[in-house]
Design a protein around this ligand. Structure first.
Ligand code: ACM
Length: 659
């Protein structure tokens, strides 16, 4: 089976349920319109998965292929303490899905659609009994819409992706230095002056919230205070700790402006805004951010300093704690539970506050030790361009949390994948999210001992195209971008290069930026680095071939043939690609990568020849090859030629081989 996430219990049996155009779904037991819409979505999805014409709409219980039975309604406002379990039984004649409430049914439908595949005899779902429930109740995805605005339809298709892998919380990072993205009717200068007209209307937000609820997803808004709030101060400079005027921040980084936590007027403004937003967002949680306050505006404000003296607030950390305590009062008054990034943690933090750890796993343990519920995001930052297996290895229950008592362990609610969008636009958001988000979704849903990396990569290979059928553009947008960059329809040679490189990791794009342009929100994100996936499948597969070849003491002739074919393609690509690169101002800078690919491919060919003929290369050949490879590994145009690493492994192995 190729399910993502892996269910809690699976029992397969012989036989399969054919999926044909007469497929239909009936709903028995508890009924609600959301279930009808879910049935229609399943039918449309099966039509896309199979190409078969499907009748859309609810079928008859006597004849239906799949019968759904829910016991009772879920909460009118979704929360994370609900039973999300389901039982799915597929037999050769029928399938049945039972769940205590619609949330479980929605998850069961996602599983059912993943079971369908092409077989020699037609489309079918294998006979199976699944009992499933999540390991963690909070399985989220955060998207930053402040750095780059993401239109509602872009978010909606990604909610579809979330539902497909059973994520249940969409954390909407709505404000930051670079933009305030939600319409406020009470304080309209927030969006009017702080968003460059890129904001969500309240109607748009309601539509998105309803769309999410239909898919079993709760929407949690984040309005980041007291730092990360420059966009608020454009319209409301009196909120800041230093006199204005302010402008929307165009750069990336951490900046000084912060709310003045000592003035009553700050809190009456926040009370008004939290009140308004609490009515708009039904979820019981409200995220206040709270991260990365550098304190500089507080230090240089004489009134703030004397306030601190008068109230025995000894430093900025204590001032931040004072602010967070006030925020907690406001948020509670509006019947919400406060969430903050891990900087909100202090011994005086009210117990109800949920702490989201981003700076390390130990923050999660610290929070739990102080009695707070916690979410892990450290290790789940998708903007850092880590590989799927790296995210997969990060578990909310780590060494850091191992020593917690069983009671305190229960405080760890789960985690969230985070997508910060300095270098992400509506065009490439999907390719930065998928399929890696699916891997984090599995970590949060499946049992802790589901950790086989080969199985994970095999299964995300399937979810990858299934997501495409759901309307996600993680692959199609790459194609379109490459054609645009190349200015021609035939991008085969560009693909060959594109598959051997990866974007630089961590925050290196900032570190490497030589053009001022690259560090601000007006910069075009239209280069090769923006088009390619974060992880090179070709490189991973090539590295496996090299490992296998070395492990065979260079005797595995088939593997040698594959390696030779691959590196020959790379060696010969440069001549075809250079004219394409020369013809495009965004590709010119990649000429050196293509030359380097050819050089390292030629080194690999020579290494293969040595291995094939049982020869050890001379020391100066090895030294020269190593120099070339080290050089080829250096970032170029925010890209790294990642296949240089396995070639280096091959060269090292050949140079040490026993003849
Ligand atoms: C964060 O990354 N500043 C939460």
């Amino acid at each position: 089976l190729s399910l993502v996430p892996v269910p809690a219990h699976v029992e397969t049996s012989p036989g399969e349920l054919p999926i044909t155009s007469s497929f239909s779904v009936a709903i028995d037991g508890y009924q609600e319109p959301r279930l009808d819409r879910a049935v229609e979505r399943l039918e449309r999805q099966i039509a896309r998965q199979t190409g078969l014409p499907m009748r859309i709409g609810r079928g008859d219980t006597a004849t239906a292929t799949l019968i759904i039975r829910c016991d009772h309604a879920s909460k009118p406002v979704q929360d994370v303490d609900e039973d999300e379990s389901y039982d799915l039984e597929v037999r050769p004649d029928k399938a049945s899905l039972t769940a205590p409430n619609p949330l479980g049914a929605l998850h069961g439908l996602a599983t059912f659609s993943q079971l369908i595949s092409v077989t020699p005899g037609g489309f079918a779902a294998p006979a199976v009994r699944i009992h499933d429930a999540p390991r963690f109740p909070w399985r989220g995805l955060m998207i930053d819409v402040a750095r780059h605005f993401m239109p509602v339809d872009v978010l909606k298709r990604n909610l579809d992706g979330m539902a497909a892998v059973k994520l249940n919380v969409f954390h909407w990072h709505l404000s930051d230095y670079q933009g305030f993205r939600m319409e406020s009717k009470k304080f309209p200068k927030l969006q009017e002056m702080g968003s460059d007209s890129n904001y969500y209307t309240q109607e748009g937000a309601k539509d998105l919230i309803a769309y999410a609820r239909d898919r079993g997803i709760m929407v949690v808004p984040e309005f980041d205070v007291p730092g990360h709030a420059t966009s608020w101060f454009v319209g409301y400079p009196q909120l800041a700790s230093a006199p204005g005027p302010y402008r929307i921040e165009r750069r990336w980084g951490i900046f000084d402006p912060a709310l003045d936590p000592t003035r009553k007027s700050t809190y009456s403004f926040l009370d008004g805004l939290v009140g308004e937003m609490s009515k708009l967002f039904p979820a019981p949680y409200f995220h206040m951010g709270g991260d990365e306050v550098n304190g500089k505006q507080w230090d240089s404000n004489r009134e703030i300093q004397s306030f601190m003296q008068a109230h025995a607030i000894k430093d900025n950390h204590a001032l931040q704690a004072y602010f967070v305590a006030h925020m907690e009062e406001i948020v509670s008054k509006h019947h919400k539970i406060l969430i903050g990034w891990d900087e909100v943690l202090s011994p005086s933090l009210p117990a109800s506050v949920i702490v989201q750890s981003w700076r390390g796993q130990s923050a999660l343990a610290d929070a739990a030790n102080l009695g707070h519920r916690g979410l892990l995001s450290y290790g789940y930052y998708l903007d850092l361009m880590h590989h799927a297996d790296e995210h997969y290895s990060v578990d909310p229950m780590s060494e850091a949390t191992a020593s917690l008592s069983p009671e305190k362990k229960k405080l760890i609610l789960g985690g969230e994948a985070c997508m910060w969008t300095e270098y992400v636009t509506a065009e490439n958001l999907d390719s930065r999210l998928w399929p890696r988000t699916a891997v984090i979704a599995e970590r949060l849903w499946s049992s802790q001992d589901v950790r086989d990396i080969d199985s994970m990569y095999r299964r995300i290979g399937r979810i990858n195209w299934e997501l495409e059928l759901l309307g996600l553009t993680h692959r199609t947008s790459m194609d379109a971008m490459l054609r645009r960059i190349a200015g021609q329809d035939d991008v085969n040679s560009l693909w060959v290069l594109a598959q051997t490189v990866e974007p630089v990791r961590e925050y290196d794009r900032e570190v490497l930026a030589t053009q001022r342009d690259a560090l601000n929100s007006g910069a075009a994100l239209n280069r090769l680095v923006d088009a390619i996936p974060p992880e090179s499948k070709s490189s991973r597969e090539f590295a496996h071939l090299v490992e296998r070849y070395i492990a065979s003491d260079f005797r595995d002739a088939t593997t040698e043939k594959y390696i030779r074919a691959q590196v020959t393609t790379w060696a010969e690509n440069d001549a075809r690609l250079q004219p394409v690169l020369a013809g495009s101002f965004v590709l010119k800078e990649d000429a050196i990568l293509s030359t380097n690919l050819a050089s390292i491919a030629n080194i690999a060919l020579e290494a293969l020849n040595y291995a094939h003929s049982n020869q050890i290369p001379a020391a100066d050949w090895v030294a020269e090859a190593t120099r070339t490879l080290e050089d080829a590994k250096k970032p170029q145009d925010d890209l790294v030629l990642v296949v240089a690493q396995p070639v280096e492994v091959l060269v090292q192995a050949v140079s040490k081989a026993k003849p």
